[in-house]
Write a protein that binds this ligand. Structure first.
Ligand SMILES: Cc1ncc(COP(=O)(O)O)c(C=O)c1O
Length: 414
């Protein structure tokens, strides 16, 4: 089937929810995707942070082959041997105590919101705290709770009224957080590094103030690690930069995880501290698909491979290398900023990034543009220095060709 035929069919029958790139993928290997015409693309987006081990990984194939002979799905009314083992692993690496499995990022956020409200009700059944503070520019997902938590008006607007009880704090603004932290706040939620919002890292000062305020005022700290977690920054979770797993008090009370967790098989997780788990009762929450044997087994393989191949250290090393190469582009007038941590990197431009992305795709690189002007890079952890060099060599002339003054009316991200 050719791209034109696929496009025709989709145009006729699909809702049209996505602006797709002009690439019909056939297969993948390592850090490359290969289209139907055998053209290779270096994948610097990894399925928006899902395919952290790249494609066609031999150890992944081996483990999936084994499980394919067994039930792919089991209801949560039955035991299988992988949920408990995976939950143990997640608590070990995160420092939190308990796990609930979901199917996606947005459902992990819904779990966090529900568990926080249940916790608040346990503290005071007559007058429970119910409000959530989240951050401007944040993105938490598309279901109603997660959408309501999302601090970007454009996502919420078409669906107003959203769920009541959400307010948005200015990014990294400790004073604004303090001002809005009224006695009815039950949770503060944010991404350690905003992904969709343009790769914007929360400051250590903001994280620590949010942690201490929630402790003092009797509210929960909820961290969205869906995009920045599970190795992407070279730590198990990005918040470990501010609160190592041993520093129990400074760890969040709830964590939302997903993206690479199931190695491409949909899987999400909510991690909870014990005191939040204590407010939960059987029947409060559940799911048909969450935590199935295929996804959990794949996820166990993810952790095993990361450890066996020492990939956290590799992410830090190759991430620093990639960032240093991107920094060399700062001499170009079109480059406004280079930022990020590990393999979650961005080049912010003075102009719209859409055409630039199109040109780079034609040259065999997959990346994306978020927030109009931010080139977002979330490559697989197996990317090499040589591949990075090749990309940066291709990026420079494309950026050099941009006319900055003509586009001075493009809205900036922040
Ligand atoms: C930080 C963050 N939270 C939540 C979500 C929603 O996850 P999902 O698309 O799996 O529902 C995303 C997805 O991009 C995300 O990046």
């Amino acid at each position: 089937m050719h791209l034109e035929h696929v496009k025709e069919l989709e145009k006729k029958y699909l809702l049209g929810a996505y602006a797709r790139y002009e690439v019909l993928v056939d297969r993948g290997t390592g850090a490359y995707l290969i289209d139907k015409a055998n053209k290779r693309y270096l994948d610097l987006l990894a399925g928006i942070g899902v395919n952290s081990l790249g494609y066609n990984h031999p150890k992944v194939k081996q483990v999936l082959r084994k499980q394919i002979k067994k039930p792919l799905h089991l209801s949560n009314l039955l035991y299988h041997e992988y949920q408990g083992r995976l939950a143990e692993k997640l608590t070990q690496v995160s420092g939190l105590d308990r796990v609930f499995f979901s199917n996606s990022g947005t459902e992990s956020i819904e779990g966090c919101l529900k568990f926080a409200r249940a916790w608040a009700k346990k503290q005071s059944a007559e007058n429970p705290k119910f409000r959530f503070l989240t951050l401007d520019g944040g993105f938490h997902g598309r279901t109603y709770g997660a959408l309501s938590a999302t601090g970007q008006k454009s996502y919420r607007d078409p669906f107003e009224p959203v769920v009541p009880g959400f307010d948005y704090v200015q990014f990294n603004d400790v004073e604004d957080l303090e001002r809005k932290f009224t006695d009815d706040v039950c949770g503060v939620m944010f991404e350690t590094i905003q992904g969709e919002g343009g790769i914007r890292p929360v400051s250590e000062a903001f994280y620590k103030r949010a942690r201490l305020l929630t402790l003092q005022k009797g509210a929960l700290l909820i961290i969205d690690e869906i995009q920045c977690g599970l190795g992407r920054t070279g730590r198990w979770y990005a918040f470990h930069k501010f609160a190592p797993a041993e520093n129990k008090e400074m760890l969040p009370d709830l964590v939302a995880s997903a993206k690479p967790l199931g190695l491409g098989i949909p899987l999400g997780a909510v991690l909870l501290k014990q005191h939040v788990a204590d407010a939960f009762q059987i029947g409060y929450h559940g799911t048909t698909f969450g935590g199935g044997p295929l996804a959990c087994r794949a996820s166990l393989a993810y952790f095993k491979i990361l450890e066996e191949e020492n990939l956290l250290a590799r992410v830090r090393e190759v991430g620093d290398y990639f960032k240093s190469k991107l920094e060399t582009l700062r001499d170009l007038p079109v480059v406004k900023d280079v930022r990020g941590d590990g393999l979650m990197l961005a080049v912010e431009l003075q102009v719209s990034g859409k055409e630039i992305v199109k040109q780079l795709i034609q040259q065999g690189y997959i990346l994306n543009c978020t927030h109009e002007t931010v080139l977002r890079l979330l490559p697989p952890f197996i990317i090499t220095e040589k591949q990075i060099d090749k990309f940066v060599r291709a990026l420079r002339p494309v950026l050099e060709a941009q006319n900055v003054s003509n586009e001075s009316n493009v809205k900036g991200t922040h």
